[in-house]
Ligand binder design. Structure first.
Ligand SMILES: [Zn+2]
Length: 459
């Protein structure tokens, strides 16, 4: 659909508008005019002929959330008993690695639709999905399935093309372990995906990213440098998991003789075009390397807490000038599939550690919206201001728990409870209206999910 096919929209009378911008976190509004895919003006505005009017009385408007680290595949792996109390490496073996080779194309499509439905219903409009279902001889188009699901729901998809080009020692017998790819096959696929899907524009709906599953383990020495050079030649950003647990840091020191960020730097894997998930176990020198190079973090506090890995030092990172975004990390490591509860938890956990004035709700909203979009290189996404893409979540505060808020703008994050979505727009197009996802039958999806989970549990 071209921009000319998108009707002009006027969001009228919002009770509060949170912009996602750190310099000016609120706008008095109370009205927002959208033309085509873009926010045209904000203020006290009069309706114009032909506009689609959204009555935003008793609503707060946020930028659509930008999830900088997710695993849609894991939407079908919630609450797996074998992994509930396991440390990270064992958890990887008994949850995601144990199930992923059981996926066929239908199960992948089901997982992607479920994960995206959860995210869309919390007001998330951009998803960086770390997708790592790739192996020699795979019988279906694994990348295409993710993009197709994103297109069906109408969200922005940043496909982080995961890979492992070397076998990883397992903590358990792995009858269905995924065979590694060769590095030339990975590079060839990155090239093909770039030609097929990648849009470098600042308001892109589809992006491709080079993403070794583990920076320290997924390639032999020198391989990462090759991937980095290829990614930069193709104009792709780079993403990986790094320093998620103490074991990761010990492995990096033993295998490579370096701390995580030193190793990343030695492989050309730092810079403003790189971001890492987790970064829980960093020392001050690592944080300095991040800040000096402009390397970003997908901060995943819920996943880090759920898996018992700790709390990343993002307050120190912020002080040092490290770019920060929020990541939800997928259903297996963080069951809710919800950016509002993630933002709420970030707000709580860093005040618990950092004090009463360590972090405001506006700060957390910035991380989860504009901060994340900057990390992904989506320069026209993630803020409510004229000229930005109209990715807007209009939350209706009709739940009784919101009734007493003196400041309605903070209510969703302060409570951590998802309000009803009066409207969700992505690039001016309506994706959710009156809390219903356009074009997706949730009852039918629930049936598909039930069948897929049964198959995962019994195969
Ligand atoms: Zn992850």
């Amino acid at each position: 659909m071209e921009a000319r096919d998108v009707p002009a929209t006027l969001i009228r009378g919002a009770a509060a508008i949170m912009t996602g911008l750190s310099a000016a976190p609120r706008s008095a509004g109370p009205d927002i005019r959208i033309r085509g895919s873009v926010i045209a003006e904000i203020g006290a505005l009069h309706p114009m002929p032909g506009e689609d009017i959204v009555d935003a009385t008793n609503c707060v408007v946020y930028p659509g959330w930008v999830n900088t680290h997710h695993h849609l595949l894991q939407a079908l792996m919630k609450g797996v008993p074998a992994g509930m109390n396991a440390p990270l490496r064992q958890w990887l073996d008994v949850v995601p690695f144990a199930f992923r080779m059981r996926f066929d194309e239908d199960m992948l499509q089901t997982a992607a639709l479920l994960g995206l439905a959860e995210l869309v219903l919390c007001g998330c409009t951009t998803i960086a999905d770390f997708h790592n279902l790739y192996f020699p001889g795979i019988a279906f188009d694994s990348s295409g399935a993710i993009f197709a699901a994103a297109d069906r729901l109408g969200v922005r998809m940043v496909l982080c093309r995961g890979f492992s080009a070397r076998s990883r020692p397992s903590t358990t017998p792995q009858p269905l372990s995924m065979p590694p790819e060769t590095l030339p096959a990975v590079l060839a696929d990155l090239e093909k995906l770039t030609a097929s899907w990648h849009d470098p524009s600042p308001a892109a709906r589809r992006r491709v990213v080079a993403a070794p599953s583990s920076l320290t383990q997924s390639a032999e020495a020198g391989g990462l440098k090759e991937v980095a050079a290829a990614a930069r030649r193709l104009g792709l950003r780079m993403h990986s998991h790094l320093a998620e647990s103490r074991d990761d840091v010990i492995f990096c020191r033993e295998k490579h003789g370096l701390r995580p960020l030193e190793y990343a730097a030695s492989q050309d894997w730092i810079g403003p075009d790189v971001w890492f998930a987790h970064l829980v176990k960093l020392d001050t020198e690592d944080i300095r390397i991040l800040a000096d190079s402009g390397t970003g973090i997908a901060h995943c506090p819920g996943s880090n807490a759920r898996l018992g890995n700790g709390v990343a030092r993002v307050l120190d990172m912020r002080k040092a000038g490290v770019p920060i975004g929020l990541g939800q990390d997928g259903g297996a490591a963080n069951d809710p599939g919800d950016m509002i509860s993630e933002a709420h938890f970030a707000w709580y956990v860093h005040r618990a550690g950092g004090g009463h004035d360590a972090l405001s709700i506006a700060d957390v909203i910035h991380w989860g919206t504009r901060g994340g979009a900057e990390i992904l290189g989506l320069e026209k996404v993630g803020a409510i201001a004229p000229g930005f893409e109209a990715d807007l979540a209009v939350y209706e505060l009709d739940d009784i728990r919101f009734a007493a808020f003196h400041d309605p703008g903070i209510a969703p994050v302060a409570t951590g409870v998802r309000p009803r979505l009066k409207r969700l727009l992505v690039g001016g197009r309506t994706v959710v209206a009156d809390d219903q996802i356009i074009g997706l039958d949730l009852a039918e999806l629930r049936r598909r999910v039930g069948a897929a989970v049964q198959r995962l549990m019994t195969v």
